[in-house]
Design a protein around this ligand. Structure first.
Ligand code: KG4
Ligand code: ZN
Length: 336
């Protein structure tokens, strides 16, 4: 089965052709047109500009996805598209483009939840995870702990009460003078710093919930940076990056510990843009080894937004009978 998939929930316009053969998912093409340079000037994503930029490129990247996959539209069995959650104007571009293509070619269309898509990025691995498992999705817009009982049955067991984890990395990076999105650069700088240099507050909410709060940590870091600058000192960007990362690592581990004590699942799947973070990847892998939990994380190139992951999830949604109706719409809210 060949699936043409689209992702346009934020600031990447993505199209991909994914093929399922003998129970294994393969990527035939995966085109990502990033708007990072457009939004960097503003220090974050400007929704109106994002929608227009999606409109400008979506036809061209679809042609490229099909031609790179050496596939004609007539060979496509299913169209998958992210329809929630995200920036409404951005989502609408992908949803309407995909619907038009589906209607004009008589192809069934399947709506896909963006967070489920991130988890599905793991299905391209050599030995992919099989539900049930606990998933941690950490990105610029989301921080969710999920109980995944089948390929399509997801329940949120914890989430952030304010900022997302990637948003926290990006905002602190910006105050340190690192261009948007600064998460990957903070990851790099942290490797050269002393994680004990600064004591940052925990982002793990101090109750028995599985929730996080990154706003206190963010404000603490920003105040610290301003104080150092006001004192006329050089900003120790490596040490701040290392201490910040260590605080986030410890917060995540604390809630993972509670989650696995509570649910006793045997596997953890990590996903989302922040799952590219080398320190989180290593420490969560160590955490899992120590507790004899199987650990899965996508190849780094599939951590950020892409349409292949949407195609992978669309396959399971299709098998489960999910179909987009004529009135299928874009939905900004996160509800699974
Ligand atoms: O999944 P994604 O591409 O988009 C959303 O769904 O939000 O995630 C983007 C986020 C950004 O905040 C970016 O800074 C962060 O992922 N990110 C990282 C790393 N690479 C990307 N954060 C920490 N370390 C990284 N290596
Ligand atoms: Zn994402």
């Amino acid at each position: 089965m060949k699936i043409l998939a689209f992702e346009s929930s934020c600031d990447d316009t993505c199209a991909s052709v994914v093929e399922e053969r003998n129970g294994k998912q393969n990527i035939l093409s995966n085109i990502v047109s990033s708007q990072t340079d457009i939004h960097a000037e503003y220090g974050g994503v400007v929704p109106e500009i994002a929608s227009r930029a999606h409109s400008a490129v979506i036809s061209a990247i679809t042609y490229k996805a099909l031609s790179d996959a050496k596939t004609a539209i007539s060979d496509i069995d299913v169209i998958g598209v992210t329809n929630r959650p995200g920036l409404i104007g951005s989502l609408l571009v992908g949803v309407n483009f995909a619907k038009s293509l589906a209607v004009s070619n008589g192809i069934p269309i399947v709506p896909v939840h963006h967070i489920k898509g991130h988890v599905a990025a793991n299905y391209f691995s050599e030995t992919p995870p099989k539900p049930p498992f606990i998933a941690l999705v950490a990105s610029g817009g989301h921080t969710s702990l999920l109980k995944v009982d089948s390929y399509t049955d997801f329940a949120t067991i914890g989430s952030t009460r304010d900022d997302a984890i990637g948003e926290c990395f990006d905002k602190i990076a910006r105050v340190m003078g690192i261009p948007y999105p600064g998460g990957a650069e903070v990851d790099r700088l942290a490797s050269f710093g002393d994680k004990y240099a600064f004591d940052f507050p925990s982002a793990a909410i101090r109750d028995d919930s599985l929730d996080f709060s990154f706003s206190g940590l963010k404000t603490h870091a920003i105040n610290l940076i301003h104080k150092i600058e006001q004192n006329g000192q050089d900003l120790p960007v490596n040490d701040i990056s290392a201490s910040l990362t260590d605080s986030i690592v410890r917060s995540v581990e604390k809630k993972l510990e509670t989650a696995f004590d509570r649910f006793r699942y045997g596997s953890l799947v990590f996903a989302g843009g922040v799952s590219a973070n080398s320190h989180l990847r290593k420490s969560i892998a160590d955490f899992c080894t120590a507790r004899e939990i199987s650990f899965f994380v996508p190849d780094k190139r599939l951590c950020g937004d892409n349409a292949a992951m949407i195609g992978a999830q669309a396959f399971y949604e299709y098998l489960n009978g999910t179909r987009g109706c004529n009135d299928m719409n874009a939905i900004p809210s996160e509800e699974l």
